[in-house]
Design a protein around this ligand. Structure first.
Ligand SMILES: NC(=O)c1ccc[n+]([C@@H]2O[C@H](COP(=O)([O-])OP(=O)(O)OC[C@H]3O[C@@H](n4cnc5c(N)ncnc54)[C@H](O)[C@@H]3O)[C@@H](O)[C@H]2O)c1
Length: 445
């Protein structure tokens, strides 16, 4: 099949590359001229395990093309995916300006029947808006070409995006015509050979499914963070509680690790967007508001532990920080707890030496240049370099290389052997035996 994917970010690039890997001819479109030029040269705009090899191979074999021209990508195309960003507006609603701009452009360039697919995470009712925008652009050309709009939300996880796309738990497809259903079945049947994973449903049902899924996962995290904070107050070890409740098959072990809050480009914005959708419909989303508030507060928990130990004025102190990405396996620092913590440490007078295996460049682009120029934040290239002459280590992202550091070596480098463990990565007793003062979230030291 011939496909176009508009928006070449985490979702669009993975989608385009994986469909090309399945033998389809895919053109990826982006308005970012530099990104497109670099992709043509085999440069990856994001870090995602396994992605580069697929992109480069399929590009070389002519199945995966990159362009800034949607008109060029639309020639003979049977399916057009919209995979542009839907960032939060001021009020928390999903901003649809990029999605609708693409819809208008599709209408302006459609030359035969095509299926227009919203892969971006979009609120219930967006497919109707996309349909209206395409129709209006077609009418402006005096055209009455047929097309269908389908909702096909994406469930990939950053850090395992290729694996998730190639072996999905389920493929949710919202359709309202037999023709578009057949087209989507043809496209996805290869991802479902072992057993049928395609769930066809109504378009609005599919739009809601994506939000409900992310909201449920965010709820589990915020719930467990609340339990962990209570454990802290009560002198209970949350790790034992996690194992105790996770063993109940109705609860399960996934997504019940406490930490310093969820981040990334999805959970925070999708929870807020769903709260906003509820409000628009005169409904108060009590659960999700609490989930969001707990998460906002949780991002400050590590800082509170630091000031409880060192006092509110951190002048003259330097903190080593391991992990900038919002989770391991990605270079994405959008809404990352580490960025919040760095801001708080600087505001309290401290300096920070930070290390991340993949997110240093993203952090350099995001952090105020003044902090970097004045040496308030040093972004270092080795994890142990972040600990030279620091007063404590704050562990924020659970990258694997942080799991078993050489505590004896790092103790010799640090001014004081203190660990603030934002991800409950370490066994408190073992860290204490190594001579460290240990402060985790909900962990008995
Ligand atoms: N990142 C994830 O893990 C993930 C997972 C599932 C769903 N989603 C959803 O998928 C959507 C995309 O997310 P992302 O993380 O890939 O975003 P992203 O910011 O990484 O990429 C979006 C891309 O769209 C491009 N773009 C914007 N307007 C355009 C236009 N008019 N024409 C062509 N290109 C345009 C941008 O230049 C950018 O490269 C969002 O709705 C997000 O919520 C993301």
């Amino acid at each position: 099949m011939k496909l176009a994917v508009v928006g070449t970010g985490y979702v669009g690039l993975v989608t385009g590359a994986c469909f090309a890997e399945m033998g389809h001819k895919v053109t990826c479109v982006d308005i970012d001229v530099e990104k497109v030029a670099k992709l043509k040269e085999g440069w990856m705009p994001i870090y995602e395990p396994g992605l580069k090899a697929i992109v480069v191979r399929n590009h070389e074999e002519g199945r995966l093309l990159f362009t800034t021209s949607l008109a060029e990508a639309m020639v003979d195309t049977e399916i057009v995916f919209i995979a542009v960003g839907t960032p939060p507006g001021e009020d928390g609603s999903a901003d649809l300006k990029h999605v609708l701009a693409v819809a208008r452009e599709i209408g302006a360039n459609l030359s035969d029947y095509a299926v227009v697919v919203t892969k971006s995470t979009v609120p219930v009712g967006t497919a109707e808006k996309v349909h209206a925008a395409v129709s209006k652009a077609l009418a402006a050309r005096g055209s009455d070409l047929g097309f269908d709009v389908v909702s096909n939300p994406e469930f990939l996880k950053e850090g395992a995006a290729v694996e998730d796309f190639m072996k999905p738990d389920r493929i949710v497809v919202g359709v309202d015509s037999d023709r578009s259903r057949d087209v989507m079945h043809e496209l996805y049947k290869d991802f479902s050979r072992n057993h049928d994973r395609i769930l066809f449903m109504g378009v609005k049902d599919a739009e809601m499914t994506k939000y409900a899924g992310n909201a449920m996962l965010a709820t589990k995290i915020s719930f467990m963070n609340e339990v962990a904070n209570l454990c802290d107050l009560l002198g209970v070890d949350v790790e034992n509680v996690r194992l105790g409740i996770g063993s109940d098959s109705r609860i399960g072990y996934s997504f019940i690790y406490p930490g310093c809050g969820y981040g990334g480009s999805c959970f925070p914005k999708d929870v807020r967007a769903l709260i906003h959708t509820a409000g628009e419909n005169d409904y108060q989303s009590m659960v999700l508001q609490a989930v969001h508030q707990r998460n906002e507060d949780q991002k400050h928990v590590l800082f509170r532990k630091i000031t409880a130990r060192f006092g509110n004025d951190l002048s003259g102190l330097t903190f080593g920080l391991w992990g900038l990405a919002f989770k391991p396996g990605t270079d994405d620092i959008r809404d990352a707890p580490a960025i919040v913590l760095i801001g708080e440490l600087i505001a309290a007078g401290a300096k920070v030496k930070a290390y991340d295996p993949e997110a240093l460049d993203a952090a350099r682009a995001e952090l105020p240049t003044q902090w970097l120029d004045e040496g308030l934040v040093a972004l270092v290239r080795h994890q142990y370099e972040a600990l030279e002459q620091v007063d404590a280590l704050a562990l924020v992202t659970e990258w694997k290389p942080f799991r078993h550091p050489d505590f004896r070596a790092i103790k010799a480098m640090m001014k004081q052997p203190i660990v603030f463990d934002g991800r409950n990565q370490y066994e408190p007793a073992a860290v204490k035996i190594a001579g460290f003062e240990y402060r985790g979230i909900g962990r008995k030291a």
